[in-house]
Design a protein around this ligand. Structure first.
Ligand code: ADP
Length: 224
């Protein structure tokens, strides 16, 4: 099954994708994580991606599509993937359709996450991530703090703040989302494969609760 996670930065795409990946036994493919890994390793792709990501802009479509295409060709992606943060433009969505079609596959469901904007900003500013690339656990220093400040509960590595989680950059990222990415909601709604969910503390629904709702929905669709 191929699942797309759609939603503005800070809505919980990564957290929910990780839960779904574990429960469904299919890999999480996060373009943001692939870029960050390359930035850390100082590759050419990393240098190019960093010049966009640090300004809160999208990495160009041709670069992003190519890395996703390569990832989808790998062995472990053949039974399906959870695409976390891809597609983010109509061009990317059209290309994804083409890539999957050549493999006789399709997007089965697109999860559209929404969160009130003030909560998004608060959440991103309080976000800390594990610096260990193999772990990448995400914390919120208010809602879901680690047991020991600055240290990952799971692997003991240092927690860091993502460079693009600065308030000025977050504002650009949100603007980019509403201008360029949000039209994909209608795109997938028209295809009849959109499932929307609100992630908000105001209704007592955070990432893990929404992940449960999504799994229930997939069961009711008889897709799992
Ligand atoms: P978030 O959803 O919190 O913004 P991501 O880790 O998904 O975080 O993405 C971080 C950054 O990586 C984005 O702001 C963007 O610059 C870049 N990026 C990730 N995915 C894509 C994509 N599909 N197309 C273009 N740029 C992307």
């Amino acid at each position: 099954m191929n699942i797309i996670m759609l939603g503005a930065p800070g809505t919980g795409k990564g957290t929910i994708s990780a839960i779904l990946s574990e429960k469904l036994g299919i890999p999480q493919v996060s373009t943001g994580d692939i870029f960050r890994k390359n930035i850390k390793e100082g590759t050419e792709l990393g240098k190019l991606a960093d010049s966009y990501i640090s300004k809160g802009q999208l990495v160009p479509d041709e670069v992003t599509v190519k890395i996703v295409e390569d990832r989808l060709n790998q062995e472990d992606a053949q039974n399906g993937v959870i695409l976390d943060g891809f597609p983010r433009t109509i061009v990317q969505a059209d290309k994804l359709k083409e890539i999957l079609e050549t493999k006789g596959k399709k997007v089965d469901i697109t999860i559209n996450l929404t969160t009130p904007e003030e909560e998004i900003i608060e959440r991103i500013v309080n976000r800390r991530v594990c610096s260990n690339q193999e772990c990448k656990t995400v914390y919120n220093i208010v809602l879901n703090p680690p047991k020991v400040e600055g240290i990952c509960d799971k692997c003991g590595c240092e927690l860091i703040t993502r460079k693009d989680d600065k308030i000025e950059t977050v504002k650009n990222r949100l603007e980019q989302y509403f201008e360029t990415t949000s039209p994909l909601v209608e795109y997938y709604e028209k295809e009849g494969i959109l499932f929307s969910a609100v992630v908000s503390k105001s209704i007592n629904k955070l990432g893990p609760d929404v992940a449960k709702d999504i799994l229930e929905h997939l069961k009711s669709m008889k897709t799992i």
